[in-house]
Design a protein around this ligand. Structure first.
Ligand code: GLU
Length: 472
């Protein structure tokens, strides 16, 4: 019988839920599900100075928003510290780890020497073989693991292939600090083992850690999980995604009006491929997921592409859901005008959604596009819309007003017939009439077409707007 597949997502709660980490979660989620297993969430909160409750909340709500479910409750690494310490002491008593009394000055010397020799700093193992009787009294010590001194450590990576590390470059690293606290390298191995993790998939910035952690697995004679490291996400300029590129946290994407299915689809595609498929559902992603599809190189985020994916999912969304998202986004970003307008004109906005959603790339754009429905008069015109209501167009608008005023049948067909007759009488192309009307009643450069907006606004509001625009 093979073990049930268990993956884990193990973020450190020191800030927002970074989009790169969210993608690691997404891959772990798909990996687990594609193999009939489950993903666990472990919050690595041992660094009490840097971990915050807000960051923990951001991780949990971010996962929830993305629809990445995990088995059971989140596991807090800080609760396992006694167990980490117990394992460190076990390694110590088995002679697989040792107390190191090297002072800060000694370590600085080692570092400077390494620098002068142009090689990475490796602790020179000066306490590895010294007898306990050499230990200075009442002096703090760290516990170091006895790492192999020669040969290689090989990480059998499912994405990169075998990655070889020379033992001489990996030194006897610390597993317990001088204050008795376990290090990250130890804590992760112990937790992964205790949680029954069978597959580790994380960013390739952890590759060297994996090599070190293999030393711990071997010392404990524990089974090494299957490992995979994915390249990081880069910004459009090819540099590692950073603050400079904006949009680092999952919540930034939500606040920009992206849908969770866009994030799942686009960010999966950014580091993984199944043929040429660009748009796929999460079910397809899970079905198609395999290590072989993961990229070996870093991927560049392309916001234009991502917007197109979002436009696709907006178009495919139910109007009722979109309306709710518009309201909750207005709430989240404290856009009082939109919030009031959407609530007051809920019915009209819902009616407008089939037309609005074909043009919007984000929920934010959808809110902007709906503004003309609840905009306060006098309307604040966008430049091109204003231009479209001036000059000869102003005459057209003035002349068409009585025609619309006298129209009793305020329906698509009624308006169509009246405007066509007007255009004909004045020897104008239909668009020459429709376009200024659309601009005059919406004040927007882009909006649904003339009929749609007149019908949505109704006769009274449309005519009030028209007369206000032409009153100048
Ligand atoms: N807590 C680590 C991080 O946020 C990840 C640990 C791991 O995946 O092993 O980078």
């Amino acid at each position: 019988m093979t073990d049930k597949v268990i993956t884990r997502f193990a973020p450190s709660p020191t800030g927002f839920l970074h989009i790169g980490n969210a993608r690691t979660a997404l891959f772990n989620w798909a990996l687990a599900k594609s193999l009939g297993g489950e993903m666990l969430l472990r919050i690595e909160d041992t660094d009490k100075d840097r971990s915050t409750d807000e960051a923990i909340a951001a991780i949990i709500t971010g996962m929830d928003w993305l629809g990445l479910d995990y088995a059971g409750e989140p596991i807090f690494q800080s609760k396992n510290i006694d167990r980490h310490t117990e394992i460190a002491n076990q390694l110590l008593s088995e002679g697989k780890a040792y107390k190191c009394y090297a002072t800060a000055e000694e370590l600085t010397q080692m570092r400077e020497k390494a620098k002068a020799d142009g090689r990475p700093m490796v602790y020179d193992r000066r306490w590895r073989d010294r007898p306990e009787s050499d230990a200075p009294a009442n002096t703090p010590f760290v516990v170091r693991i006895k790492a192999p001194t020669s040969g290689e450590i090989v990480v059998h990576d499912k994405v990169q292939g075998d990655v070889h590390f020379k033992a001489e470059n990996l030194d006897d690293f610390v597993i317990l600090r001088s204050d008795g606290s376990p290090t990250y390298l130890l804590a992760v191995v112990v937790d992964d083992h205790d949680m029954g993790v069978t597959h580790i998939l994380r960013g390739d910035d952890h590759l060297v850690n994996s090599a070190r952690q293999i030393t711990i697995y071997n010392a404990l004679d524990w089974h090494i999980p299957t490992m995979a490291h994915t390249p990081l996400i880069h910004g459009p300029d090819g540099a590692k995604l950073s603050k400079r590129h904006g949009a680092l946290g999952v919540e930034d994407y939500r606040r920009m009006g992206y849908l969770p299915e866009t994030i799942r689809n686009y960010f999966a595609r950014l580091g993984w491929a199944h043929g040429d498929e660009e748009i796929f559902s999460s079910e397809q992603f899970i079905e198609w997921f395999s290590y072989g599809g993961l990229n070996k190189g870093a991927s560049r985020i392309d916001f234009a592409k991502m917007e197109n994916v979002n436009a696709h999912y907006i178009k495919a969304s139910e109007d009722a859901r979109l309306f709710d998202l518009m309201v909750s986004l207005a709430e989240e970003i404290e856009d009082e005008t939109a919030l009031k307008g959407l609530t007051k004109h809920a019915e009209t906005v819902r009616e407008a959604l089939p037309a609005l959603k074909t043009r919007a790339k984000t929920i934010l754009e959808l809110n902007k596009a709906a503004e003309f429905i609840f905009a306060a008069r006098p309307l604040a015109f966008e430049d091109k819309a204003l231009a479209a209501t001036q000059g000869e167009n102003l005459d057209i608008l003035r002349n068409v007003q009585p025609v619309l005023q006298g129209l009793n049948d305020w329906s698509h067909d009624g308006i169509d017939a009246a405007l066509r007759a007007f255009a004909e009488q004045n020897d104008l192309k239909f668009g020459k009439v429709a376009q200024p009307i659309r601009a005059a009643v919406t004040a927007k450069n882009a909006s649904p077409g003339c009929f749609d907006v007149l019908l949505l606004l109704g006769k009274e509001e449309s005519l009030s707007r028209l007369s206000e625009t032409t009153a100048v």
